[in-house]
Design a protein around this ligand. Structure first.
Ligand code: NAP
Ligand code: GLV
Ligand code: GLV
Length: 341
């Protein structure tokens, strides 16, 4: 009997057993089982022995690493929709397939975007602290016309930067809140979609000057890094609220702090940061009108499981010699056929 060696797979963090076990018959896999990420130097030594790898957005997969693994590794399956941590151009050149997890996390991320928007507008976190730490009790005042006044959401204008999967899903939620919707994207959406969402296409500067709430949904790339900089903050309507659930690097953080100090922004809701985890002494933590959460856009049990299953679907399809369902770098199919043979 001939035993065929299964391809070796390295998974850089524990995902969900019920999804990962679907790989049992096809792959020999090993999992990094610590909570903190594997160090870059560890991956550099470890990964060259693997045919496939599952990565997280916090793993730096640069060209240096890709060149070290490309004699053997055929597929990188990212457990996230964003893939700015991977040098895609380099992977393609080296014939490595890269997949991601689009779609299954769209609604969860749009929900979190709205949770942040409402939290900032209605001072939810500040109010919780007010109750929890005894401030409310100390006022001896159960209800006061001026207590914790926030700002309306309904009837206000929301500006959506990046009108892809998540941006459009945010627009649906904004519609439910009777907001006016502006959007900016390199490509204008089809007219029937604009109509059904009641969304108006504008240029970026118009969006910034007209929106009460600005929310970012573009991928991080060379083009979008620091696309919201000091110059852009100057163009915003005074008193706007900025929400970012895309990537920290899209905003120049120093310029953001300055805009908060100067009152250009009335508040911000952030899920993502230029450096993660955020230092608790970071200037952003000084503002009461800023709500900070630790990159939890897709963090629901259902969504994280669906992401794990999509990672597995991609790996299984690839092993069967099929183009994986959510391949990022289509051009790689011209360089190498899918599969391990
Ligand atoms: P998507 O469907 O690809 O949408 C991104 C949109 O941004 C596309 O319409 C894209 O247009 C547009 N875009 C690209 N460059 C732009 C620019 N310079 N200015 C304006 N718009 C631009 O992606 P998605 O699934 O909505 O995800 C968006 C991003 O959210 C991901 O890349 C990821 O970084 C982030 N994310 C974060 C979390 C979280 O946990 N906080 C969860 C999920 C996703 P084209 O298609 O024409 O390029
Ligand atoms: C999360 O940030 C993702 O890109 O999936
Ligand atoms: C508030 O509780 C009100 O009744 O207006």
């Amino acid at each position: 009997m001939v035993t065929i060696r299964k391809p070796k797979l390295y998974i850089t963090r524990e995902l969900f057993e019920e999804a990962v076990k679907r790989l049992d018959e096809v792959y020999d896999y090993e999992v990094w089982d610590r909570y903190e990420p594997p160090p870059y130097d560890y991956l550099l030594k470890k990964l060259p022995e693997y045919d496939a790898v599952v990565t997280l957005l916090s793993d730096r997969i640069d060209c240096n690493l890709i060149e070290r693994i490309s004699h053997r590794t055929r597929i990188i399956s990212q457990y996230a929709v964003g893939y700015d941590n991977i040098d895609i151009e380099c992977a393609t050149r080296k014939g490595i397939y890269v997949t991601n997890t689009p779609g299954v996390l769209t609604e969860a991320t749009a929900d979190l975007t709205f949770a942040l928007l409402l939290s900032v507008a209605r001072r939810i976190v500040e109010s919780d602290h007010f109750v929890r730490w005894g401030e409310w009790k100390r006022t001896k005042t159960g209800w006061h016309p001026h207590m914790m006044l926030g700002t309306e959401v309904h009837g206000k204008t929301i500006g959506i930067i990046g009108f892809g999967r998540i941006g459009r899903e945010v627009a649906k939620r904004a519609r439910g809140f009777n907001m006016k919707i502006l959007y900016y994207d390199p490509v204008r959406a089809p007219e029937d979609l604009e109509k059904s969402l009641n969304a108006k296409y504008v240029d970026l500067d118009t969006l910034l000057s007209k929106s009460d709430f600005i929310t970012i949904h573009v991928p991080l790339s060379k083009e979008t890094r620091h696309m919201i900089n000091e110059d852009k903050f100057k163009k915003m309507k005074r008193g706007a609220i900025l929400i970012n659930t895309a990537r920290g690097g899209i905003i120049d953080t120093d310029a953001l702090v300055k805009a908060l100090e100067e009152g250009i922004l009335a508040g911000a809701g952030l899920d993502v940061y230029e450096e993660e985890p955020l230092d608790p002494n970071h200037p952003l933590t000084r503002f009461k009108n800023v709500v900070l959460v630790p990159h939890i856009g897709s963090a629901t049990r259902e969504t994280r499981l669906a992401m794990a299953n999509l990672v597995v679907d991609n790996l299984l399809a690839f092993a069967r010699g099929e183009v994986p369902p959510t391949l990022v770098n289509r051009e790689v199919t011209n360089i190498r056929k899918p599969g391990f043979s």
